[in-house]
Design a protein around this ligand. Structure first.
Ligand code: PGA
Length: 252
């Protein structure tokens, strides 16, 4: 049985005070309202607040994730943040391949593979995002696109390394738009992704790999997504920035 996971991807939102008070209030409400979520909960704040967030979450079951890493160990790469730097402040998870990184920062599959390799070198858990654009979906290329994204990145990893992954299916047309994919569209894609893992790594890994959905998840639709057979949770953007909404999502 795969455990459900909910990840708050805060992107470039929230300053120090907003980050710390959200996390403190979240913990307080979960405790006071006895919220029974049975899920792995991960919060991905901006780089400067990972350390304090991690300190606040010490002793709880919640975890943090970085939203990116650079693909080198160290060196003259002004403005970048390395895996060992994050590791030194206790970060153990990272989101890679998000469509905003692909689109605005031109991260191609070859660079993403380098990021995967460095993340694995420092034993990070990786939330790896895949997903097609609206044009690709209207041309019915979604399966081919997602297959290729995996083939050129994650599928270069060994069976042992795959244990470090969550896959997040995030159709680009559903991110931040308020337009969600239908449950059927997502379930079909997740089943397809699982079948690719089956072909590449066999039954055991394909049964175990956690496949999350992301794209306009909110407090109303979360329950339906999370109840689909192959949807193992969600990567939540906008709705994770509102405390009450996020509490409902983790409760879904
Ligand atoms: P959204 O973002 O929930 O605002 O659509 C999801 C994501 O980008 O991970």
């Amino acid at each position: 049985m795969r455990k459900k996971t909910v990840i708050a991807n805060w992107k470039m939102n929230y300053d120090f005070h907003e980050t710390t008070s959200f996390i403190r209030n979240f913990l307080k409400f979960v405790f006071e309202r006895k919220i029974n979520h049975n899920k792995e909960i991960i919060i991905a704040p901006s780089f400067p607040f990972l350390h304090i967030s991690n300190q606040i979450l010490q002793g709880t079951t919640l975890n943090i994730a970085a939203q990116n890493i650079y693909q080198k160990d160290e060196g003259a790469y002004t403005g970048e943040v390395s895996a060992p730097m994050l590791k030194s402040i206790g970060v153990q998870k990272v989101i890679l391949g998000h469509s905003e990184r692909r689109e605005f920062f031109f991260e191609k599959n070859n660079v993403l593979l380098e990021k995967i390799k460095i993340a694995l070198k420092y034993s990070f858990n990786i939330i790896f995002c895949v997903g097609e654009s609206s044009i690709e979906r209207s041309n019915n290329q979604q399966f081919e696109v997602v297959k290729n994204q995996l083939k050129e990145t994650v599928f270069h990893c060994s069976s042992d390394e795959i244990k470090f992954f969550h896959i997040a299916y995030e159709p680009v047309w559903a991110i931040g738009t308020g337009t969600t994919a239908t449950f059927e569209q997502v379930q079909t894609m997740h089943e397809f992704i699982r079948s690719l893992f089956f072909k590449k790594y066999g039954e055991n890994i394909s049964n175990k790999i956690s496949i999350l959905y992301g794209g306009s998840i909110n407090d109303f639709n979360a329950k339906n997504f999370f109840s689909q057979k192959d949807i193992d949770g969600g990567l939540v953007g906008k709705s994770s920035l509102e405390l009450e909404k996020f509490l409902k999502i983790v409760e879904s």
